[in-house]
Design a protein around this ligand. Structure first.
Ligand SMILES: *Cc1c(COP(=O)(O)O)cnc(C)c1O
Length: 355
């Protein structure tokens, strides 16, 4: 492939950082994850940040620490990566989907209230593709119905709604650092919250249920090994040091695309800024377009299949085609194009000439 769909941006400085940690011999629970947490909480304007081994691990802990239990229902989006629903299913919590807004591809806030039942305990908001959901409406509904809010901000680091960072509206927010995200730690995630109790509980649960002052082999509760290692954490510090620059580059590339593809370019909702986790266009004859691009050495991906039609979700809940028509229609037409730092205007022009 001449143009892969995604590629991490790793500098010599990043490589030096990781090498230095490797040479130090201190590979876990050292100074680096603390530094990464403190820089992250500063960047996200959140009081506390808790580094974990993946975004999915972070979401799982988020579900636990807001107190969700088996049999509860949580309202969420069917147009997302699978882990935003799996984190609920791990705890026996039922994801209840509402359809999406056709402009931003985020959960349609006007459809939330109709989905609330006596079992509804929370809204799990997914900020899809790099822009936030309609957080003003969602927070208003959550308050009115006394619901917790978990934010899956794994695709939307750095994006804001009315100037407020994705991930910091609700009780707890989660970012992810898989290599295709806005920044990477290899594998990794970060939980952010303003609530000290939530932070303490997350810290304990990621570390086998130990309390901060516990002896190494004393466990206060059932926990997990969801720790982030020091190599990942130091890479995170290096990446975060240049996150503003990296997001600016992503926006620049996206704007080149937008200029060449005005008809099928993604749209940004009111009051928000887009940090472009992926660059996704909307095409009617997607298979044909993909074929043409592939034969020119241009990789594309169908972003994303809807969650409710995944084989195991159909079996568990009996979902079928037509249940969430807007998400299904969008999902059948969206296509991610090559998108990573290093692409030049000429590359974008070249790619667009096949569309
Ligand atoms: C990437 C992502 C996650 C977390 O993924 P991990 O691979 O576990 O880090 C969660 N939700 C969404 C919407 C994502 O895109």
């Amino acid at each position: 492939m001449k143009y892969p769909v995604a590629k991490p941006y790793i500098t010599d400085g990043d490589i030096e950082r990781v090498t230095k940690v490797l040479k130090s011999g201190w590979l876990s629970l050292g100074p680096e994850y603390r530094e990464f947490e403190s820089k992250m909480s500063e960047y996200c304007e959140s009081k506390y940040a808790c580094a974990v081994s993946s975004g999915t691990a972070g979401l799982h802990l988020a579900v636990k620490v807001v107190g969700l239990k088996a049999g509860d229902e949580v309202i969420t989006s069917p147009f997302s990566f699978i882990s935003s629903s799996n984190c609920l299913l791990y705890e026996g919590v039922k994801p209840v989907f509402v359809d999406i807004d056709e402009e931003t591809y985020n959960m349609d806030a006007t459809k939330i209230e109709a989905a609330i039942t006596s079992k509804t305990k929370a809204i799990l908001v997914v900020h899809i593709f790099g822009q936030t959901a309609d957080m003003e409406s969602i927070m208003r509904i959550a308050k009115k119905h006394n619901l917790k809010v978990i934010e899956d901000a794994c695709e939307s680091l750095g994006s804001t709604y009315k100037g407020i960072m994705a991930g910091t509206f609700g009780d707890v927010g989660v970012y992810a650092f898989y290599p295709n995200k806005q920044m990477t730690t290899g594998e990794g995630g970060m939980i952010v919250t303003d609530d000290k109790e939530i932070y303490d509980l997350c810290s304990s649960l990621r570390n086998q249920g130990r309390n901060p002052d516990s002896e190494w082999l004393v466990h206060e509760r059932i926990g997990y090994n969801y720790r982030m290692d020091e190599m990942s954490a130091t890479l995170g510090v290096g990446q975060l040091d240049k996150i503003k620059w990296m997001i600016d580059r992503r926006v620049e590339i996206a704007e080149w695309y937008n200029g060449y593809l005005p008809e099928i370019a993604p749209k940004t909702g009111k009051y928000r800024n887009h940090t472009y986790f992926v660059y996704v266009v909307r095409v009617k004859n997607r298979d044909k377009v993909m074929e043409k691009l592939t034969s020119a050495g241009i990789q594309t991906k169908t972003y994303m299949p809807v969650i409710h039609l995944q084989p195991f979700m159909r079996k568990m809940f009996g979902y079928k085609e037509g249940d969430f028509p807007i998400a299904e229609k969008v999902s059948s037409e969206t296509l991610a194009l090559p998108f990573y730092i290093g692409l030049k205007r000429e590359d974008i022009q070249n790619i667009c000439s096949y569309l």
